[in-house]
Design a binder for this molecule. Structure first.
Ligand code: SAM
Ligand code: SF4
Ligand code: FES
Length: 348
């Protein structure tokens, strides 16, 4: 077979059977010539399985304090250049109320690993937000099974915890003091407790190979994740990885497109980090397999302080502006903002 027909056969296989071997994934990840065909296939699969609606999730970044020290992240505890904040419970609820008034059906509560928000405080916040009729996604890192159970009992619907990389050695090098086995334990606990499970990986972290990206994609299929967020690693000048090259927009969207081909009915966000590298990043991602966007609903100066990486979009914008901005982008490509809570509907 010619190279083109060989690649096209792999894309056809992925589009029709939603399976690929590790070697086949590596071939597609390495190829640079037929990326447009991969993106077009992912867009067709997205259309067929999850339709044209785009789910919006309002993101509340409620604390930038973190006890962890991930080498890539601007919120890491040893970064003394960042001014730390944490919102009080009333402010978080106020932002959720406003998110509802902007038409969001889900809020995502995200923070560093901040122990001040103990289980009682989180349960209180979750219950109050559930009373508003919103779906809730939690993204606050690694906790015990009992704590996850308490969040779930309080009404939390989804949990986001990226594995970052399935390469255990690399993970433990980049996340000093953290255990890859424990992160895996968290993911399996969350799944068993009935959360919609969100995970994902960072593309372009130093030491990552295409083989390990292929393993990441196969892992997401193995755990039957309900949502996968992929973002390029963007080096932060105030971290030990300041001088590293970082990930590219193209490779991140390729990984995302392959995830759509293998997990056709899941929710996939067009990530903020993608748009931070490419001004059209979220729209392009929506045309390469994504069906979710998570606009920021945090207000005021906090946006500037939740600085994982430089160039983060929307840090000087208001929630109202972001809501109309993203609606314009979505309708501008002939898609529609969903009015549902946007749970995964298993169709595959
Ligand atoms: N602390 C929680 C955790 O780590 O799961 C949630 C918040 S954390 C800031 C959310 C995500 O930000 C991480 O999963 C990581 O993939 C991403 N992130 C951190 N630093 C980044 C960087 N320099 N470039 C791109 N994404 C980054
Ligand atoms: Fe903390 Fe999450 Fe950043 Fe790691 S990625 S330093 S856990 S906020
Ligand atoms: Fe925030 Fe466009 S979504 S300015």
């Amino acid at each position: 077979m010619t190279e083109r027909s060989n690649i096209q056969a792999l894309i056809d296989k992925a589009e029709t059977t939603h399976t690929l071997t590790k070697d086949e994934l590596v071939t597609l990840l390495q190829d640079r010539q037929y990326e447009a065909e991969v993106f077009a296939a992912a867009d067709r699969v997205r259309q067929k399985y999850v339709g044209d609606e785009v789910h919006l999730r309002g993101l509340i970044e409620f604390s930038n304090r973190c006890k962890q020290n991930c080498l890539y992240c601007g919120l890491r505890r040893d970064n003394s250049k960042v001014s730390r904040y944490r919102l009080d419970v009333d402010t978080i609820i106020d932002f959720a109320v406003k998110a509802k008034s902007y038409g969001y059906r889900t809020v995502v509560l995200q923070s560093g690993e901040d122990e001040w928000f103990d289980v009682d405080k989180m349960v209180d916040i979750i219950k109050k937000i559930k009373e508003l009729g919103l779906a809730i996604t939690i993204s606050v890192g690694e906790k015990s099974r009992e704590v996850y159970q308490a969040y779930r009992n309080a009404g939390a619907d989804r949990y986001l915890l990226r594995i970052e990389t399935t390469d255990k050695e690399l993970y433990e090098k980049l996340d000093p003091g953290m255990s890859w086995d424990n992160r895996m334990r968290c993911l399996y606990d969350l799944k068993e407790l009935g959360f919609e499970l969100g995970s994902g990986c960072l593309v372009g972290i130093p030491g990552q190979t295409v083989e390990s990206l292929a393993d990441d994609i196969l892992f997401f299929k193995e755990i039957d994740a309900d949502m996968i967020g992929v973002g390029p690693f963007i080096p932060n000048p105030d971290t030990p990885l300041a001088d590293e090259a970082g990930g590219t927009f193209e490779l991140s969207t390729k990984v995302m497109a392959l995830i759509r081909l293998l997990l056709p009915d899941i929710n996939i966000p067009a990530t903020t980090a993608m748009e931070s590298l490419n001004p059209q990043g979220r729209v392009l991602a929506l045309q390469r397999g994504a069906n979710v966007v998570m606009p920021n609903v945090t207000e005021g100066e906090y946006r500037q302080l939740y600085l994982l990486y430089p160039g983060k979009i929307c840090i000087n914008d208001t929630p109202a502006h972001c809501r109309s901005c993203i609606t314009g982008k979505i309708t501008g490509i002939g898609r529609k903002v969903s009015e549902t809570h946007g749970y995964r509907v298993k169709r595959a």
